[in-house]
Design a protein around this ligand. Sequence first.
Ligand code: ZN
Length: 480
Amino acid sequence: MHDVNQHQKYKKCQNINKGRFFYWPLLFIIVAFSIYSTYEPEHYVVVLDPGHGGRDILPKNIYGDKYDPIIGEYRDHFRPGAQNKGITESEEVYKIAEKTAKILELTYTNEGKKKFEILLKKYAPDLKKINWEAHKPIKVHLSRVNNHTEEYISKRVDVNAPYRLYDYPDIYTGEMKKGTISRINSLSPNLVVSLHFTSGRKEKYGALASVITPNFDVYKQAITYVKTKNISKKQKIRRKFFASKYLNWMVTNSSRTHFQWFLCDAWIYFTGYWSKKDGLSPDTKKFRGYRHNMISWQYADKGNWVDIAKNHPDNSSYSINLENFIPEGPFWEREMDIPEKWRREDGKEGYGGDNLYASEELLRYIKKSFILNKVSSKKTAPRILNPYISTWSVPTYLNAISAYLELGFLDNPYDRKRILNNKDEYAEGLAVGIFSLFYSLDIKKIESEKDEPKGEPIDFFRYENYKGKNYFKTVQSGLN
Ligand SMILES: [Zn+2]
C-alpha cells in the first residue's frame, strides 16, 4: 500500500513541478510527508532458533565447527543434534519453529489479530479487547534454513555452511562467513528462543528443561579457588557452591563431580583450556579457542590479537593459567557489566536472570498448552526439570534475552508421541508465551497445577536504555 501511494505522490510532484521553479517548496513538503508516512513504527525482534541442522561428517577440517583463526582450523566436529528411532531433532525443532512463527505472524494483519486474541483468551479468559496500537509489533525471524540435508549434499560441497554456530571460511574463497550466533546478533533481537530435543533422562511422562549459563561472578569463584593455597578457604568455596543453585552443574560424564565440571567449565570460560580433573592446572592438550573472537560482534578483540594470543602471555586474557589470567578487553568488560547480570543472575526465578525466567516461563506455557488442549492430563504432562547449567555458547554470546529450551526426550514414549503428533500445541504454547514475555497475560490458573506461567513481562526497557544506549543494538555497533 505505501509503495503505490508513494509512487502516485511522486508522479504528481513531477507533473506539478515541470519547469516551474516556485513549486520547489511544495515538492519538499510532499517528499517530507512521504518519508514520514512510510516511517515504520519501532518493533520488537524475536529470533526462533531451531538447533543444529547439518551433518557430522569427516574430515573435521572441512566439515567441522568452531573455526579458530589461531590455527586456521576447526576446533570441533559438527554437532548435528539428537537422533532416535526415526526422529531427527533438527527436523522436528525446525517444524515447531515454523509453526510458532506462523502464529506470531497473525499479529501482522487485522484479521490475524482477531484469531490471535481468541488464542490468548484460552489462557486468559478475562482478557479485554487488546489495544494493538499500544503494542510494538513483534517481528519474527528464523535463525537458519531447513535441513534438506540430502539435497545439500548433492548441491553443495560444504554441506554444513548454513548451520555452523561459529563463523567459518568460505570453502572456495576463504572469506569469513557468519555462523548462526553472528547472524542472530546481526538482527539485534530482544529475545532468542532456541529449540532442542535431547535424550537420556528417565522421567515417566517425559520432561522439559531450560539451558542456562551463569555470569562472571559465579565463574570468578573458580579463580579464587585456584589462587588460594589455604585449604579451609578452598573448602569454603566448595561449600558455597553446593549451597547455591549451581550444585546441579552439568555433568558431561561421570569421570568428574559436579564441582569438578564447574571448575573445568570455568577454565574454558576464562582461558579456553580444559582443566585437569582437580581443576587446579590446565590440560594443555584440550584448547577450545577464544570463542568470543570466533564470532563477528562488537566485543571481539581488535587488531593483531591472533599474534599476541598464540603466545599465551602470562598476566593477560590469553594466559593458559587461571592463576594469572586477567580479564581485559571488550568481551571481559561486557561480561562484568550490569546487563549481563540482568540476563544471567537473580531475577524472577531467584537465579539465572531474565534468561532463566524467559526459558521457564515458555516451558510453563508449553505444559499449559498440552493440558488445555487435552494432549496430556495434569498427571501425564511433562515434568519441568532443573536447568542444565554450563558454559554454553548460545546463551553466553547473544546480547539478547536467551530462552534455550529442551522440549522433550527422544527416548521417552510420552515425549515421542507429543513430538510426532502435537507440534501445533508446542507452537501455541511458545507463541502465547512469547507474547506474554513482552506484554504480560492475566493467566487463569488450572486447579492444583504447580507449573503455572507467571504471566509477567520481562523489563526490556532497562536494556534498551542502558547508559543512554540500546543494549540489544550495541552488539553490532562499529560493524557492517
Ligand atoms: Zn540439541
